[in-house]
Design a protein around this ligand. Structure first.
Ligand code: GLN
Length: 242
């Protein structure tokens, strides 16, 4: 067994160690004897997502999101929309998550027309939403409590076509107002969680890996790992959040 993972825009979308999620995904496969092949897809690379089993997109500042717009609209946007509809799993963080929506209007009025793969949009706000935070994933996403670090000015609003990834327990989440965090649509996981997210949330990482393995092989099982260190890091953040 093997998963082919595409790391999209590693050159411009990699805030707060988001690239560490790739290392976590590959290690948790390899520790179970499952192959993991990672291909980086920077700006200017060909747009095809065929042959991949999972796509990861990290976060970035407003400037970086504007830098990649031209490249996105040269074909990656169409490819991503088609792949999302085909059920390809995506893990997208903050700016990478916002990019899947229809647009992001920055606080200073710059409008980034994005991919339109998910029924959501984002509007920049004067007060940045920053800090450690936690949320509980919906049952369809494994139901685990996730801890992370958020830093965004964008307030994301979900349309009727998507579900939240989870409910905020502490912190802001999508917009600091409706208690939602992230988005779920088909096999897309969108979240504001930097950190990197996955090392401190092993159950959520395994849920994403199982989603990709089950789509590729029909069925899959992940042997338990010794997550003592991961759980200690997770619980430390929860304790700080009180
Ligand atoms: N630039 C976007 C915002 O400020 C995304 C930030 C991020 O990826 N951390 O909302």
């Amino acid at each position: 067994m093997e998963l082919k993972i595409c790391h999209m825009y590693p050159d411009v979308l990699n805030l707060y160690g988001d690239g560490g999620n790739i290392r976590c995904l590959t290690r948790r496969l390899q520790w179970r004897g499952i192959g993991a092949e990672v291909t980086r897809m920077p700006i200017g690379s060909p747009a095809s997502l065929s042959g991949y089993d999972l796509v990861f997109i990290g976060g970035g500042q407003d400037f970086e999101q504007q830098v990649l717009l031209e490249d996105l609209h040269r074909g990656k946007d169409r490819e991503i929309r088609a792949a999302v509809e085909d059920g390809l799993p995506f893990l997208t963080i903050c700016g990478g998550y916002q990019m899947l929506g229809s647009y992001y209007e920055t606080y200073d009025g710059q409008r980034c027309d994005f991919i339109g793969a998910l029924d959501l949009y984002t509007v920049g706000s004067k007060v940045r939403m920053i800090g450690n935070y936690s949320f509980r994933c919906g049952e369809e996403s494994g139901g685990s409590v996730v801890v992370g670090f958020e830093n965004h000015s964008g307030k994301t609003w979900l349309g009727s076509g998507v579900q939240p990834l989870g409910k905020v327990l502490s912190g802001y989440g999508n917009n600091g107002e409706d208690g939602s965090e992230g988005a779920r649509y088909k096999n897309v996981f969108g979240t504001y969680s930097h950190g990197p997210l996955l090392p401190k949330n092993p159950a959520f990482c395994d849920h994403i890996l199982l989603t990709a393995l089950e789509r590729k092989y029909g069925t899959a099982e992940l042997a338990p790992l010794d997550d003592t260190a991961e759980r200690a890091a997770h619980d430390e953040v929860l304790a700080r959040l009180g």
